[in-house]
Design a protein around this ligand. Structure first.
Ligand SMILES: C[S@@+](CC[C@H](N)C(=O)[O-])C[C@H]1O[C@@H](n2cnc3c(N)ncnc32)[C@H](O)[C@@H]1O
Length: 254
């Protein structure tokens, strides 16, 4: 993998963004980043956040509905999203948080249809409110673990791009099963069309390398490249202002 800290050049395999001048990323990492322990080969499998049961749940009555909110337990919302997402190049994001990146992409790519996947229902709603506020009608949010929602909503080999940006490293061993590995890699490979782009970013370099290794071992990806000209996520903004290095990898669906 090569590294590249320029904002303009394409990013090949993995690249490093520059820390903000005046801060010492080493100090920050020592204070806030813990040792990333790999659990490969230790019997820690990939688990579904919220369990498969979440895919059968309806929207809690206290939460207001939204026409672009996909609730896997409500087939009408799944069907509506399938129809809406079929109209243009499809872009997916896993772990959208409050939706800054996906709204940025919706603005940048009005020709595209975008779907963010988020396990936290409140974040799905906030992402959609932001879309309403910014006037994006091309964005949907799916509630639940992307390992469940993507196969349910996205027809195989239809997505043009997918983004997995700053996932939680799940430092504790008891949570390590929530990390993204070959199951997520396979789900995204199934959703992407041949040649489709997958971009991964993390501030925890060993986690990024572990994901790239697990995804590549599925045999479904080749090393890829991406431009660094993409909207920032909330976490990315915080990391850069704290002077923390970030790392990017790009893969192409084989
Ligand atoms: C560390 S936050 C990063 C959010 C955003 N990407 C950013 O960079 O600001 C990770 C987000 O991914 C969500 N998440 C974690 N695992 C997920 C999964 N398997 N499917 C969908 N969302 C997930 C979490 O709820 C959380 O909002």
């Amino acid at each position: 993998m090569t590294t590249d800290d320029s904002q303009d050049k394409p990013c090949l395999g993995a690249c490093v963004s520059s820390p903000v001048a005046g801060r010492n990323p080493g100090e920050y990492a020592e204070r806030f980043l813990k040792d990333f322990r790999g659990y490969k080969g230790c019997g820690v499998g990939e688990s579904i956040i919220g369990g498969h049961v979440r895919a059968t749940l309806s929207l809690p009555s206290r939460i207001p509905s939204h026409p672009h909110l996909v609730i896997p337990g409500e087939p009408a919302t799944v069907e509506a999203a399938r129809l809406g997402l079929a109209e243009g190049p499809l872009i997916l994001e896993v772990g959208s948080g409050l939706g800054r990146f996906i709204n940025g992409m919706a603005a940048k790519r009005p020709d595209a249809r975008l779907m963010g996947c988020e396990t936290r229902l409140g974040f799905c709603i906030k992402g959609l409110r932001r879309a309403d506020h910014e006037g994006h009608s091309n964005l949907w949010m799916a509630w639940g673990d992307a390992r469940v929602t993507i196969p349910q909503i996205v027809p195989p080999a239809t997505a043009a791009e997918a983004y997995l940006l700053y996932p939680d490293p799940w430092w504790k061993r008891k949570h390590a099963g929530r990390r993204h590995g070959s199951v997520m890699g396979t789900v995204l490979a199934n959703a992407l069309r041949p040649g489709g782009l997958l971009v991964l970013k993390s501030d925890v370099e060993p986690y990024l390398n572990t994901m790239v290794e697990a995804f590549t071992e599925t045999g479904r990806y080749d090393a890829g490249w991406c431009t660094s000209d993409m909207p920032m996520t909330d976490r990315e903004i915080r990391l850069l202002s704290a002077g923390t290095k970030t790392f990017t990898a790009a893969l192409f669906r084989r």
